[in-house]
Design a protein around this ligand. Structure first.
Ligand code: SF4
Length: 305
């Protein structure tokens, strides 16, 4: 819907040669004004392939950093400077260096939900969609350190049979989704398919039907014959699920699954961001080069699209 604010945003977008990216967990209004919606890596790669001079990243800081790593010639703006990610903040580069000293031969795999400095200390980056493939590609005799999300890590251990050293980080928003929530949602919506994100705790994943990244949830819902779904991840994705599947129903496992950091971004803040060209997210060349290697190694493992 066009409003005076969105019209101003569109004018400024042209003036600044900007592209607006919105993560799947953003509010519906923010997703609707974006040029692209998706998961963090998908968005950063899309932005890198455009000829925009400015990227407005409607997400959290590590996502804007990933965009800056992949687009060194572009200005990357985060509309709220306090939009951080508690999961990514659960490990620092110093803590990872100390862990590497204890396991000098280990290969480090970091989930994309990590700071640029942590990525720079890692051998491979991964997403929730490709973590299993990345770990499978590492020679069986190698020790693996997996940071920072323990729940995604346990999912990978289960799928690959590989023991890994797991950092005890977790997403506070996914931790808010309980086994009881899912049981109650199933009782309220019999027959609905339960889709859970790998960042959910193990009791939730044990009683769901599908464990999927956000991108995989969107694809699964489009292709499935089923008509109703229970969604165990951040609520923002329900906006895209409903929009893409008008004949299907989507129910939140719990209304508590909302990420306060993601929801810091509002339509007005996107406007102010373009007006004042703030808040610029930069990554030093030294960190950027090493962090990009971890991202490049991930891409090299994946089949060409
Ligand atoms: S949903 Fe979780 S992992 Fe994603 S930004 Fe919020 S706290 Fe971080």
């Amino acid at each position: 819907m066009r409003t005076p604010v969105t019209e101003k945003i569109n004018r400024l977008k042209i003036k600044r040669n900007a592209v607006i990216l919105a993560h799947n967990y953003q509010s519906g209004e923010v997703q609707d004004l974006a040029d692209f919606t998706g998961d963090s890596l998908e968005l950063s790669r899309k932005a890198a392939s455009t000829d925009a001079d400015v990227i407005v990243f409607c997400g959290v800081k590590f996502m804007a950093e990933t965009a800056a790593i992949l687009s060194p010639g572009k200005t990357v703006l985060l509309p709220d400077r306090h939009a951080g990610c508690p999961l990514s903040d659960m490990i620092t580069a110093k803590q990872l260096i100390d862990l590497k000293c204890e396991h000098p031969d280990a290969i480090v795999v970091c989930y994309v939900n990590s700071s640029a400095a942590v990525k720079a200390e890692s051998d491979y980056c991964c997403t929730s969609a490709n973590a299993v493939e990345i770990v499978k590609s590492i020679p069986a005799d190698k020790e693996i350190i997996f940071v920072p999300d323990q729940h995604l890590g346990r999912f990978v251990v289960e799928k690959t049979g590989r023991e890994m050293i797991l950092w005890p980080g977790y997403c506070v928003t996914h931790a808010a989704i309980t086994e009881d929530d899912v049981k109650q949602a199933k009782a309220a919506h019999p027959g609905a398919i339960v889709m859970a994100h790998p960042e959910c705790g193990e009791p939730v994943k044990a009683i769901c039907d599908q464990i999927l990244s956000t991108g995989q949830m969107l694809k699964f819902a489009r292709q499935s014959e089923a008509k109703s779904f229970i969604v165990a991840t951040e609520l923002g994705i329900i906006h895209s699920l409903k929009k893409q599947n008008p004949g299907k129903e989507f129910f939140a496992a719990t209304e508590r699954a909302t990420c306060p950091n993601m929801k810091r971004i509002t339509v007005e803040k996107v406007l102010w961001s373009l007006e004042d060209m703030q808040y610029k997210i930069t990554v030093s060349d030294e960190i950027r080069t090493r962090a990009k290697q971890a991202l490049d190694r991930m891409v090299a493992v994946l089949p060409a699209k």
